[in-house]
Design a binder for this molecule. Structure first.
Ligand code: NAD
Ligand code: 6OD
Length: 486
């Protein structure tokens, strides 16, 4: 039986309380292992280790030395690729074909990209006039924020955790990570990699546990944490924001979405179908950027809907290691209950279930897993809860529209503002509509195409702040102005 321990000051350790919880595989609900649950004591030990490391060897390294270490970490993840892949697929149930193309490579790339960005980013300088005619120089100087708490979710566990740990360390901070209770494995494994690469003890720490009244709450409330970066649900983000208010600590929040896909009649329909299939169904619909509301211009509505149904019918559900499978289970039985609740609600709210809508029969070996059918609805009114609330499952509602103005209004009629995908071959229209969409990220004729130098984050209830490229420097460093009188 596997045991998932905390990683504190370069060592694996259990909780003094002995408290543990189960980690189950959503493919068949089999027990993967037991996870130690951190109490205040372990969280405090991790935060103190991180603070100490800031003063110790880590804080004294040059930028070039830090860059070299982070590049080594990336290389070592790639050398241990299969172990990370196994661990991620067991925890999430996702197909290996997906995790080997997205989760693990990006988990490694996040370290390289940010080490390079930080190493090459200049700070500002201003020469100013002074009354004595001699002038002064102003020089911007960035210092690490300090100890960063990283709270991460379960949908892309390694990718989303390293998306924060990479820039945090590249900027010279130390971190305490609280991975999702559903997916502790790859974050735990990363501790070994840190030690193998010679990252000093205390720089990267991991505490396991749940959110409220557990490691998540204890970490975000800890007074020696200097800043908190969080990815997860908007409602959790609100709680974390309150915790961060004590001591005026900085936050970066990457939260939920209810993202629109807009399909114009002048699109390349096959491109739009392929892209919308990915944006609604990849990772079993558990991607914050995923499309749950699809708006299709009326002349191609029937054709688009028919093509989507054909493609959904071809999705192949199966175990991670099944080479034919491109669709896994949801992350847990608990999450399936939530998604199924929305499937039932859609029917109550008057939806036509075009395809799916239920729990598939996967056979005796897999029926205890968190499987659910990919689903398309039509016919819901714009104020239905299924249209307004984030489901985070493999489902979308498809609705016709008639004018550009109408679809912009529909797309923006949401509390969220994370992402949108626009499908059109008219580039002037793409820009015009893209500029009016209230979201942090707009894709045109693509989806989830990522350049790590670009700003990433959400508007409205989808988050606060931007990470990615140099934008993360605002959060992960303190910018100081040094004014030198000449
Ligand atoms: P969640 O908010 O339930 O949990 C995220 C993390 O927060 C977990 O580690 C959890 O233990 C912790 N947590 C929960 N309550 C806490 C508390 N009171 N104090 C401190 N920590 C607490 O989210 P989830 O279910 O893991 O992830 C799915 C959600 O994440 C969806 O809403 C999705 O849209 C969002 N998400 C957003 C992005 C983005 O980049 N915007 C990316 C991925 C996922
Ligand atoms: O690609 C990324 O950097 C990123 N943060 C993706 C988020 C996906 C949400 O599920």
């Amino acid at each position: 039986m596997k045991e998932f321990k905390h990683f504190i000051n370069g060592e694996y350790m259990g909780s003094n309380s002995g408290k543990q919880f189960e980690n189950r595989c959503p493919v068949d609900n089999s027990l993967i292992g037991m996870v130690h649950e951190a109490g205040r004591e372990e969280v405090d030990a991790a935060v103190q280790a991180a603070r100490q490391a800031l003063k110790g060897p880590w804080g004294k390294l040059t930028q070039a030395q830090r860059t070299e270490l982070l590049n080594k970490v990336a290389d070592r993840i790639n050398e241990r690729f299969e172990e990370f892949l196994d661990a991620e697929c067991k925890d999430t149930g996702k197909p290996r074909s997906i995790a080997s193309h997205i989760d693990i490579p990006r988990g490694a790339a996040n370290f390289k990209a940010f080490a390079e960005t930080v190493a090459n980013h200049p700070t500002e300088g201003f020469r100013m006039d002074t009354p004595d005619g001699k002038g002064a120089l102003n020089v911007g100087h960035r210092t690490p924020k300090g100890v960063i708490a990283v709270i991460s979710p379960w949908n892309l566990p390694l990718l989303l955790m390293t998306w924060k740990v990479g820039p945090a360390l590249a900027c010279g901070n130390t971190v305490v990570v609280k991975p999702s209770e559903e997916t502790p494995a790859t974050t735990t494994l990363l501790g070994e990699v840190m030690n193998e690469c010679g990252v000093p003890p205390g720089v990267f720490n991991v505490v396991h546990g749940l959110g409220p009244d557990s490691a998540g709450e204890f970490l975000t409330a800890h007074k020696d944490v200097d800043a908190i970066t969080f990815t997860g649900e908007t409602r959790t983000g609100e709680i974390i924001m309150k915790a961060a208010a004590v001591g005026l600590r900085n936050i970066s929040l990457e939260c939920g979405g209810k993202n629109p896909g807009i399909v114009f009649a002048d699109c390349d329909i096959e491109k739009a179908v392929e892209g919308t299939m990915r944006s609604a169904f990849v990772n079993c619909g558990q991607v914050c950027l995923g499309t749950e509301r699809v708006y299709v211009e009326r002349p191609i509505y029937d054709k688009f809907l028919a093509r989507m149904k054909e493609e959904v019918a071809k999705l192949k559900l199966g175990r991670p290691e099944d080479k034919e499978a491109n669709f896994g289970p949801l992350v847990s039985l608990e999450h399936r209950a939530k998604v199924k609740y929305y499937y039932d609600l859609a029917v109550e709210e008057g939806a036509t279930v075009e395809i799916g809508g239920g729990i598939p029969d996967m056979g005796a070996e897999l029926n205890d897993g968190a499987w659910i059918e990919p689903t398309i609805w039509t016919g819901l009114s714009d104020d239905a809860r299924v249209i307004r609330e984030e489901i985070f499952g493999p489902c979308c509602h498809i609705r016709p529209f008639d004018t550009e103005e109408e679809v912009i209004e529909l797309a923006n009629d949401t509390e969220y503002g994370l992402a949108a995908a626009i499908w059109t071959e008219n580039s002037a229209r793409a820009v015009r509509v893209g500029e009016q969409i209230e979201a942090g990220l707009v894709w045109v004729n693509s989806w989830f195409l990522r350049d790590l130098r670009t700003a990433f984050g959400g508007a409205k209830s989808s988050g606060i702040g931007r990470e990615g490229g140099v934008h993360g420097l605002e959060f992960y460093t303190e910018l100081k102005n040094i004014c030198i009188k000449l």
